[in-house]
Design a protein around this ligand. Structure first.
Ligand code: F6R
Length: 612
């Protein structure tokens, strides 16, 4: 996601800021910008595309100054344009002219529309929430920058990691955090600010991590951190021993593990601002359809590949149960070559993390050509599928760098569930059911953390399965796709043969595979198919298979039919895949590590499959 860099000290700021942006490139972005203050004047450049394009635009132009801020933007509010890129520059002071206060910001200001209406200055350069925030701070400024920032933030609802610079304060930067990380690096009267430690590692290993609700004022006298009530907060200085690559992984051994652990946080990003609790529904503007047009939808087709298709399979249960809409899920590569029957009453959701998968893109074009309404559900902003499907929804999972997809999957499910609810509430889903589902969604991040805390015990379990050659995964109902996803995760990074099966299909063939040499991973939530799943587990145990059961917390009976057991907190049935998939991701990860595989870059696979 977006990256922030700030510098104040005695060196020239520009080269440090540009290098800092390059160090944050791994986070993903679509535009970049930099602002430097010198002699009471802020000079700013912004450009769409890579940091190198920004550097080229600046070229040999003079941009001196020992203080500055910079940003890489991953578009959320407003398209990918130079005007929407940060730093934003607002305000007007007679001696300086236009642009006295500059802001870089990560996060989302949820109430920016409300604030916008109340601003005195109604001329806007961009479509962003950040410009509103910058003006909101500027209109509170009376000579004390830290106070203006604090007062402004008291009115803000949403999340931010931000850095503010003012032309009248050549020795001061203000940084604040709520929900979006910021780190301050300290070195002999010089300070570095960034969204993570990566850009400051060449200069210092001494850092202070800002916590939510804290505002840092950095000036000639040093660093002062207060809360929003202006009470001093004393913070420890931490010594970082990571190299740059390790820092990008936030200290985790692999990107995949980091991304598995990112899930509670990015899940919140997927649902934030999209829930309407009072009406028990979701608010997803991406469809660009009126309620009447939505009621005209008679069928849904979901097209995707791999993990994205498994997220689609989970959503099928939600669309059918909540919205009473017949829902079909197909491989993009099959859809584009069959003769799909679609018309203007068919809504086609095209799901893709990368937004570049060739088969999925072609399938989307085919559906459009045949007259269906096509909408994208995509992670990478500005990617081809996002652009071609125009309307649609971003899943806000942030950059996913490991080839094996994890956090994109949970966020795809989150967005699809919200769509299913939105359709359902226009038809027969009751207010009470809608509210119950939203409440359950809000509890998911905490429950994900409960699962993640079992990482060490899951590692031990994985050690007992890594030496088999074949593993079967079984699940039923909404957890059948979870079995498919568990198998896919395992096979792609361990290279062991793994297959996901519907529990009920075992005795129609696959049971012939089961023996003491072929263990079975069974997903056994306490839901309507509990007894049926227990029968499937009994079938495989009778053939001598070692069984790992993923069960609902508190289910003591499950222990009796398992060789190994992992417990997952209880949730609503439609939401179970959001929790039950996580132990399988960790299980696959730890087997792969134990086998010495290249976890983040498994053989023969690419992150983005742009060829057929
Ligand atoms: C599995 C995996 C792949 C992708 C598939 C679609 O971990 O990553 O199966 O899910 O290639 O990719 P996207 O979502 O980018 O279209």
């Amino acid at each position: 996601m977006c990256g922030i860099v700030g510098y104040i000290g005695n060196k020239q700021a520009l080269p440090i800021l540009l290098q800092g942006l390059r160090d944050l490139e791994y986070r993903g972005y679509d535009s970049a910008g930099v602002a430097v203050l010198d002699n009471g004047k802020i000079t700013r450049y912004r450009e769409v595309g890579k940091v190198d394009m920004l550097a080229k635009k600046i070229g040999t132009k003079s941009m001196p100054g020992n203080i500055g801020i910079a940003h890489t933007r991953w578009a959320t509010h407003g398209g990918v344009t130079e005007f929407n890129a940060h730093p934003h520059l607002v305000g007007q002071n007679p001696p300086v002219g236009k642009g006295v206060l500059s802001v870089v910001h990560n996060g989302i200001i949820e109430n920016y529309r409300e604030l916008k209406k109340k601003l005195k200055d109604q001329n806007f350069e961009s479509e962003t929430d950040t410009e509103i925030l910058a003006k909101w701070i500027y209109e509170r400024y009376d000579g004390n920058l830290a106070k203006a920032v604090r007062e402004a933030l008291l009115d803000v609802r949403g999340t931010y990691g931000l850095v503010v610079m003012h032309a009248d304060h050549p020795h001061q930067l203000i940084a604040a955090r709520l929900g979006s990380p910021l780190v301050i690096g300290i070195s002999d009267g010089e300070y570095y600010i960034a969204s993570d430690v990566t850009p400051m590692l060449p200069y210092t290993k001494q850092v202070t991590f800002l916590d939510d609700g804290e505002v840092a004022s950095i000036n000639g006298d040093g660093l002062k951190i207060v809360n929003l009530r202006d009470e001093i907060v004393s913070k420890p200085v931490t010594q970082i021993d990571w190299d740059q690559e390790r820092a990008q992984k936030a200290g985790f051994e692999h990107f995949m593990l980091k991304e598995i652990f990112d899930q509670p946080t990015v899940f919140e990003d997927a649902v934030r601002g999209r829930l309407n609790m009072a009406e028990g529904t979701a608010v997803l503007g991406g469809l660009n359809m009126s309620p009447e047009q939505m009621r005209e939808v008679k069928r849904i087709i979901i097209i995707a590949e791999g993990t994205a298709r498994h997220a689609g399979l989970v959503a099928k249960y939600a669309f059918e149960r909540l919205a009473n809409l017949p829902t079909e899920v197909d491989f993009s590569s099959e859809f584009r070559y069959r003769d799909p029957i679609v018309d203007k009453h068919t809504l086609v959701f095209v799901i893709s993390q990368s937004g570049e998968t060739a088969d999925t893109l072609m399938a989307a074009r085919e559906a459009k050509r045949k007259g269906a309404v096509v909408r994208g559900i995509v992670n990478v902003i500005g990617s081809t599928i996002a652009r071609e499907t125009k309307a649609g929804t971003y899943i806000h999972a942030g950059p996913e760098l490991a080839v094996a997809s994890t956090k994109a999957y949970t966020n795809m499910i989150a967005v699809l569930l919200l769509y299913a609810l939105q359709f359902g509430r226009l038809k027969h889903t009751s207010l009470a059911t809608g509210q119950r589902l939203l409440q359950a969604l809000l509890e998911i991040p905490e429950k994900m953390n409960v699962v993640l805390k079992q990482n060490d015990s899951i590692k031990k379990v994985a050690g007992r399965y890594k030496d088999y050659h074949d593993i079967l995964f079984i699940g039923r109902g909404v957890n059948y796709p979870v079995a498919l996803e568990g198998a896919l995760k395992s096979e792609e990074i361990t290279y062991l043969h793994a297959e996901g099966l519907a529990g009920g299909s075992l005795k129609h063939g696959p049971l012939a595979l089961v023996s003491k040499d072929v263990p079975v991973v069974a997903i056994l939530p306490k839901d309507q198919l509990y007894e049926k799943m227990k029968s499937s587990i009994a079938e495989v145990r009778a053939r001598g298979a070692r069984t790992l059961v993923i069960a609902t917390a508190g289910d003591d009976e499950a222990k009796e039919i398992a060789d190994d057991i992992i417990y997952v907190p209880d949730t609503m049935e439609l939401l179970e895949p959001l929790l039950y998939t996580i132990p399988l991701q960790l299980f696959a990860y730890h087997m792969a590590v134990a086998l010495g595989r290249d976890v983040d870059r498994p053989r023969n696979l690419a992150k983005s499959v742009t060829v057929e």
